[in-house]
Design a protein around this ligand. Structure first.
Ligand code: HEM
Ligand code: HEM
Length: 186
């Protein structure tokens, strides 16, 4: 990323649309994930198919987003952006891409390894296969469950960090950084 000598500009319309669509879905997935694994919640099993459906949708959209990102450079950062801020944002963004693709893959592998052969039917319409090459194995399922749970916690931590950074730019630095993702004027 380079630094701009003038004011900030935006990501492409495609990148902005994908950013908010995926962000909304991920926040829903985290909430559904926590709710459906809480035994006190009634009818929680109905949430599983929705969780799996939106999770696989995030997988598809994140690949589209990654390919788009590789072909379109982000707009230059505002003047005065410090070296450590560039490094921190790069690390956070890479972490997000790893989790946006890694979490659904782990989830898919986990249900494929499950001893309970509950079929995955996306949006109650599209039958989704098990992940090729994954055996039904309780030990593997438990391990993947643990990874999925840790991944969820990492995702929440990254979102909090990312949100705090966005708020710092908006309310303290007042450098119009939010407009890069379509919020407010460029
Ligand atoms: C689940 C939630 C979210 C995820 C996974 C996420 C992910 C990302 C990623 C990967 C980027 C880098 C863009 C790229 O290079 O493709 C980005 C940029 C950005 N996000 Fe988010 N985001 C989330 C929520 C939010 C929220 C809640 C806000 C603001 C309130 C926000 C504001 C921004 C802004 C302003 C940028 C541009 C920053 C820059 O160019 O340095 N994001 N986000
Ligand atoms: C970005 C995508 C995803 C996110 C952020 C996410 C997040 C979560 C979270 C936070 C939990 C609760 C973990 C716990 O506290 O035990 C969970 C549970 C679960 N997720 Fe996901 N998930 C995603 C994708 C998927 C996908 C694609 C599948 C399957 C196709 C899946 C299947 C499951 C299952 C079966 C559970 C319950 C595990 C258990 O019984 O402990 N997830 N998910």
């Amino acid at each position: 990323m380079t630094r701009a000598s003038t004011q900030t500009v935006r990501y492409t319309r495609v990148a902005i649309t994908l950013h908010w669509l995926i962000a909304l879905m991920i926040i829903g997935l985290l909430a559904f994930g926590v709710l459906m694994t809480n035994e006190a919640i009634p009818n929680r099993f109905a949430l599983y198919q929705w969780h799996k459906s939106f999770g696989i949708t995030v997988l598809f959209l994140s690949f589209v987003r990654l390919f788009w990102r590789l072909g379109h450079k982000p707009p230059p950062l505002p003047d005065g952006t410090k070296g450590w801020e560039i490094a921190a944002s790069k690390l956070t963004h890479i972490g997000f891409y790893v989790l946006m693709i890694g979490m659904p893959l782990i989830g898919w592998a986990m249900v494929s390894a499950s001893k309970l052969p509950i079929p995955t039917v996306l949006f109650y319409t599209i039958p989704w296969p098990n992940m090729p090459g994954i055996p039904r194995d309780e030990g593997l399922e438990d391990l993947l469950k643990l990874f999925h749970e840790i991944g969820g916690k990492l995702m929440i931590a990254l979102i909090l960090l990312h949100f705090a950074a966005a708020m710092k730019h908006h309310f303290i630095a007042k450098d119009g950084l939010l407009s890069r993702m379509g919020i407010g004027r460029s």
